[in-house]
Design a protein around this ligand. Structure first.
Ligand SMILES: [Zn+2]
Length: 171
């Protein structure tokens, strides 16, 4: 076997290794699956999607930290929880998390109900603009918000959040 064939196989093995060392950011899970995203943040940095089904929400935006060093932006997704929602909500909440990165919320270190409302509007407008969202999809997202939405320091209760979503379309 020629040396470059051996080298390419070694590289494939290295590239396919599961990624470790993110547990401090993302919870108890050891092996974390990463997958592609088309999200680009406010500083034009690509955002990585990371799966973590032990996350206490459907999604969360953060910067990746490896061995204490801050790396690029990422979206942590609880795929198990996302799958319990409608297809429309699955799309919506992934774009909502991307919205936090696009709108620079993490660089500005802002959080709270206004920021969440901004990310909701970003998601809705983006999906409609892409031609990727129907009126029924909006109804499905609102229905999931009413069913699963809990009031917290960051989120209004599901009913209010669902109602506010329609305000995103007011010019
Ligand atoms: Zn959010």
């Amino acid at each position: 076997m020629r040396w470059y064939i051996i080298l390419s196989q070694v590289l494939v093995v290295l590239l396919l290794r599961p990624v470790h060392g993110l547990a401090n950011v993302t919870g108890e899970q050891d092996e974390i699956e990463m997958f592609k995203s088309d999200c680009i943040d406010a500083r034009r940095r690509p955002v990585l999607n990371v799966r973590n089904d032990s996350l206490n929400d459907v999604g969360f935006s953060d910067f990746m930290r490896m061995h204490g060093m801050v790396q690029g932006p990422m979206i942590i997704l609880n795929i198990k929880r996302l799958k319990e929602l409608s297809k429309a909500s699955q799309k919506f909440f992934v774009v909502h998390e991307c919205g936090h990165h696009v709108l620079g919320h993490l660089y500005a270190r802002v959080s709270g109900v206004e920021v969440e409302q901004e990310a909701d509007c970003y998601a809705l407008r983006t999906l409609i603009h892409r031609g990727d969202f129907t009126l029924q999809d909006i109804v499905d997202v609102q229905s999931d918000m009413r069913k699963f939405g809990r009031a917290s320091a960051h989120h209004k209760d599901g009913e209010t959040r669902a109602k506010n979503l329609t305000n995103c379309l007011v010019p």
